[in-house]
Design a protein around this ligand. Structure first.
Ligand SMILES: *Cc1c(COP(=O)(O)O)cnc(C)c1O
Length: 376
């Protein structure tokens, strides 16, 4: 091939990566969807096609596995995609026990999608071990824990529930989004599966949607991997890169946010315009001792009941200066949300409940902000 290639060919070949052997300190974003096959038919680093695997995803998954002390981790394009994958690993006819205070979209996923696929479920008060025991059926294959729960911050005793699961040959899954691996490691408490919405504290800057699953069981890991690959709800390399970047400051952020939330919760708890504060760090919280035992800190989420009606409660959420009225949580900026009006008609969240995601701003400003709006 001596002839000089023509313009069109140069345009393609001339931009080939010439920096492969350099070692950038910060991981580049590998947008390539496909990887060159070796002459012997193998692939370097087993990278074939980006739905199967991708350097940014591999790095993210291996990081999350280590943070949760698990053997296998899988990243998804959203928390809901991770949850859907766990449900898809079950078989039709299986029964699931879900918390009655579960993240509302999971309940909707069961009703709108998996009910048709003949997965049955019961919504149970997960702070009551006897209620869970009573709900177990011969075909129960999964018990789902969300602790702290959304939005009422109920705490479930993970190790007791996991023990009961294993006695009955049931898998125990924990949605660990609100606690983060900084404060709680469910696999160490006996759970089989940990799930996160990495949209929240992992990402930490309200700019990326993602989810993940961590587990130790090889057989289940193979099943999850196969669903991830074949149903294809994988995160983009850029999403993985953003979440991996967030992980570098996860500990710093969560510690600061938790410290701020602890102080704000105690301030709100004493305020006459606040009817009730849901925060596991308060001694008055019904599962305070369990939270103290299984968590390394009480987290950065607070819910409050306003001493007022729905309209007044909603209004407060729009008047705060440093708490943006928006859904989601876990970012560096403080957010507040009137939860019932977001969850819709069938929500059993109290009409005067506001959910607060505490950020990393200065605590004096955050407390002054609430003091100001509550002086109505
Ligand atoms: C946000 C959230 C989810 C869903 O995650 P997405 O990333 O929005 O799909 C699930 N569980 C909890 C506790 C959450 O806060």
């Amino acid at each position: 091939m001596k002839a000089k290639p023509k313009f069109e060919t140069i345009a393609i070949k001339s931009i080939e990566n010439r920096f492969k052997s350099s070692e950038p300190v910060s991981t580049p974003i590998y947008l390539s969807t496909t990887y060159k096959r070796n002459n012997d038919g193998s692939y370097a680093n087993d990278l074939i096609y980006s739905r199967n695997d991708n350097p940014n995803r591999k790095i993210l998954e291996q990081s999350i596995a280590q943070l949760e002390n698990g053997k296998y981790a899988f990243a998804f394009s959203s928390g809901m995609a991770a949850i859907t994958t766990i449900f898809q690993s079950l078989k039709t006819g299986d029964h699931i026990i879900l918390p009655n205070d579960i993240y509302y979209a999971i309940k909707k996923l069961m009703q709108d999608v998996f009910k048709r696929w003949n997965l049955t479920y019961d919504l149970i008060e997960m702070t009551n071990i006897n209620a869970i025991k009573k709900a177990i059926k011969p075909n129960t294959s999964l018990i789902w824990i969300e602790s702290p729960s959304n939005p009422q911050l109920k705490i479930s005793d993970i190790s007791s529930i996991a023990k009961m699961c294993h006695k009955n040959n049931i898998k125990c899954a924990v949605d660990n989004t609100w606690a983060t691996p900084v404060l709680q490691n469910p696999l160490e408490l006996g759970a089989d599966i940990v799930m996160h919405s990495s949209t929240k504290y992992f990402g930490g800057h309200s700019d990326v949607i993602g989810g993940c699953i961590v587990l130790n069981d090889k057989e289940l890991a193979d099943k999850i991997k196969s669903i991830q690959l074949l149903s294809g709800a994988v995160p983009s390399p850029f999403d993985c890169w953003l979440i991996a970047r967030g992980i570098q400051t996860l500990h710093l952020r969560v510690m600061k946010q938790t410290e701020n939330a602890f102080k704000l919760a105690h301030f709100l708890d004493k305020h006459p315009k606040i009817e009730k504060v849901y925060y596991p760090g308060l001694r008055s919280h019904p599962q305070h001792l369990i939270a103290d035992k299984q968590q390394k800190g009480f987290g950065a989420m607070i819910s409050v009941l306003i001493n007022g009606n729905e309209e007044e409660s909603f209004k407060i959420s729009t008047k705060l200066k440093y708490f943006t009225a928006a859904t989601s949580l876990g970012g560096v900026e403080s957010l507040v949300e009137h939860r019932k009006s977001v969850e819709g008609k069938n929500s059993n969240t109290p009409a005067n409940l506001l959910r607060i995601s505490v950020g990393i701003e200065h605590i004096d400003d955050l407390i002054a902000d609430w003091k100001n709006v509550l002086s109505f």
